[in-house]
Design a protein around this ligand. Structure first.
Ligand SMILES: [Cu+2]
Length: 291
């Protein structure tokens, strides 16, 4: 019978989904980017990202779940109890003071309960500790550029996506299509990095986002926003522009390589040479667009 067949298909899909879900903890060990089939967050590497995820997992999700189940139960009960069959003559009630007080006071209490950890998290994100390094980040159409402080040589460079046909075998194996860039931004591990974020004055608004850092900040032409992070694990962490900014919005990934102090100094020494007076590199995306 078609019904049993459909049911069996649905059951087998549910089983596949459950299996993928059960496998999630293993996949969650992939740092810096989403693993194939991943649900939930990428593993955090800053305290802000850890606290953000805690707030989501232990405050928001329980509140959402309890309220949704409560409303669902009410709806089911009302549909059953007050159906035409069981309740042929409806009551004409329009007011009930007790219930009106309750449905005002209870949501206020829920909001107050959520506000405390929410504001604590907000101040953790917005009140910056003294910076060890300041990097200026500019969103362009459609790539990011990074500028390092004068004290380190004052060099700047563009960071363009590696087009799919130029990816190395390793990058493909690592699932870095649409994430890999030619020039990664490099920062030292365990140091407070402040990001001064803006966008090309003749361009549009972008949004700088790196999930593992718990960082998202708009990049607005003519305006300087700031955010910060302190990564406590070396590695390469990827992000993507998170503001619909136009045609190549999906092709302006962000890549930050977090390294030890010595590796950072070595990188600065060679970056100073490499980017000293290099003409702005031609973006492969812009080239592709021009074709
Ligand atoms: Cu963008």
């Amino acid at each position: 019978m078609p019904v049993t067949k459909a049911f069996r298909r649905a059951a087998s899909r549910a089983a596949t989904f459950a299996a993928a879900f059960a496998a999630a903890p293993a996949l969650a060990q992939t740092y810096g980017r989403a693993a194939p089939g991943q649900a939930w967050f990428q593993p955090p590497v800053t305290q802000v990202a850890r606290d953000t995820q805690w707030f989501h997992d232990w405050v928001l999700m329980p509140v959402i779940t309890v309220i949704s189940l409560f409303v669902l139960a009410l709806l089911v009960y009302v549909a059953w109890r007050f159906s035409e069959k069981r309740n042929p003559t409806p009551s004409k009630t329009t007011h009930n003071t007790m219930i009106e007080v309750l449905w005002t006071v209870v949501p206020v209490l829920i909001l107050v309960f959520m506000a405390v950890p929410s504001f604590r998290l907000l101040s953790e994100q917005m009140v910056e500790p003294p910076a060890d390094l300041v990097v200026k980040v500019t969103g362009n159409q459609w790539y990011w550029s990074y500028e390092y402080p004068k004290a380190l040589g004052g060099f700047s460079f563009d960071s363009n996506i590696v087009p799919s046909d130029k990816l190395t075998a390793q990058q493909k194996a690592d699932g870095l299509e649409y994430l890999a860039v030619d020039n990664e931004a490099v920062v030292p591990v365990g140091k407070v990095v402040r990001l001064d974020i803006t966008a090309d004055p003749n361009g549009v608004i972008h949004s700088f986002t790196v999930p593992s850092f718990g960082v998202r900040m708009d990049a607005v032409p003519g305006r300087l926003n700031e955010t910060w992070f302190k990564a406590d694990r070396p590695g390469t962490y990827y992000g993507q522009c998170s503001k619909l900014c136009g045609k190549n919005h999906a092709f302006m990934p962000i890549a930050f390589r977090v390294v030890t102090d010595a590796e950072f100094q070595a990188w600065v020494a060679q970056a100073k040479q490499k980017f000293a007076d290099a003409a702005p590199a031609e973006s492969p995306v812009r080239l592709a667009a021009a074709r």
